[in-house]
Design a protein around this ligand. Structure first.
Ligand code: NAD
Length: 307
């Protein structure tokens, strides 16, 4: 128990389960008043069952914290606006927004329906846009805000490195990085920071029968790479939602005011800061535009070698 978030009000989407739930508990233990948003959706986004939000609020209150439930669908404009309004109406302000809600509809792209693409992008990318858009006027007015958005790295998790079967999810998660960088630039002058987290934790999104099969296949083939190592830790239960929440609470605090537009990977006891995307090799044509013929000769020698 600490007081690093005393007097602050937070909204955490998808916080009735998994990583979001660990975050609201951590924040409440730091003195924050939290709105626990969870639609109670199935993993594929279908269904609504209000239980997880109410249950999590009851657990926070039993531990001495302050919390209010909300079951809005953050994938809609009305839902994300109403969620921020719930925080303001209930607790009088909004200081922190954590976008953690998520669903999955994995399929190879040739089998992915428009609906599967749309549903996943709507929850992850539009939901993140919607809550930020609704909270921003309050944060600008008070000259203070903390926004943390959940993305995902590749190698089994999707995101900017890509992942087979997750065209919808990786598009949304890569989009969240661009969105967050822009919000960081727009908000920085007003005391509002926006950062991104790539988590790895054993939740219903993080560990599935398919991942278990992938782990078994790698393990029995004797393949040991970064993916096997992560899956191994996941399978053994080493990577838990409670490993992610302390860093999110820290990024939400006054103390993290100089951290803006950054991407962190949090996995068990490891926290990694990701670097900027930088050009690796460059060639210049001094005179005319490059021709295809010249590129056929030059590119393999100077730019595309080793690919
Ligand atoms: N667990 C991992 O290893 C992992 C890896 C990479 C990224 N992530 C990301 O971390 C975040 C949290 O995932 P998790 O592992 O805790 O998953 P989870 O399934 O345990 O929790 C997600 C919650 O979001 C809720 N939700 C879904 N759609 C919603 C909507 N429209 N409105 C409100 N709530 C909604 C669900 O009901 C669920 O309780 C997600 O954004 C996920 O993409 C997780």
């Amino acid at each position: 128990m600490g007081d690093s978030l005393q007097g602050k009000v937070a909204v955490v989407t998808g916080s009735g389960r998994g990583i979001g739930q660990a975050i609201v508990k951590e924040m409440a233990a730091e003195g924050c008043k939290v709105v626990v948003n969870d639609l109670g959706a199935n993993l594929d986004g279908t269904g609504t069952e209000g239980g997880p939000a109410d249950q999590t609020v009851a657990e926070i209150k039993a531990a001495g914290g302050e919390a209010a439930p909300n079951t809005d669908n953050i994938a809609t404009a009305e839902g994300s606006e109403n969620l921020i309004k719930t925080a303001v109406d209930t607790f009088g302000r909004i200081d922190i927004v954590v976008n953690c809600a998520g669903i999955l509809r994995d399929r190879m792209i040739h089998k992915m329906s428009w609906d599967d693409f749309d549903a996943v992008v709507k929850v992850h990318l539009y939901g993140t846009f919607g809550t930020i858009r609704a909270a921003m006027p309050y944060m600008r007015e008070q000259g203070y805000g903390r926004i943390i958005n959940f993305s995902s790295i590749g190698g089994g998790g999707g995101g900017p490195l890509g992942n087979p079967g997750q065209a919808n999810y990786t598009s949304a998660k890569a989009g969240i990085i661009g969105l967050s960088r822009t919000v960081a630039m727009e908000g920085g002058r007003k005391g509002i920071t926006c950062n991104v987290v790539f988590p790895a934790a054993k939740t219903r999104m993080g560990w599935s029968d398919d991942l278990e099969k992938a782990w078994d296949a790698r393990a029995s083939a004797g393949v040991v790479d970064a993916t096997t190592v992560v899956l191994d830790k996941m399978k053994s239960g080493d990577l838990q939602p409670e490993d992610i929440s302390p860093m999110v609470a820290y990024l939400s605090s006054e103390a993290a005011k100089m951290i803006n537009g950054c991407v962190f990977h949090i996995m068990g006891r490891e926290i990694r800061l990701y670097g900027e995307m930088m050009p690796e090799r460059t060639i210049f044509s001094k005179g005319e535009r490059w021709t295809v013929e010249e590129l056929q000769k030059t590119a393999p020698r100077l730019v595309t070698y080793g690919l």
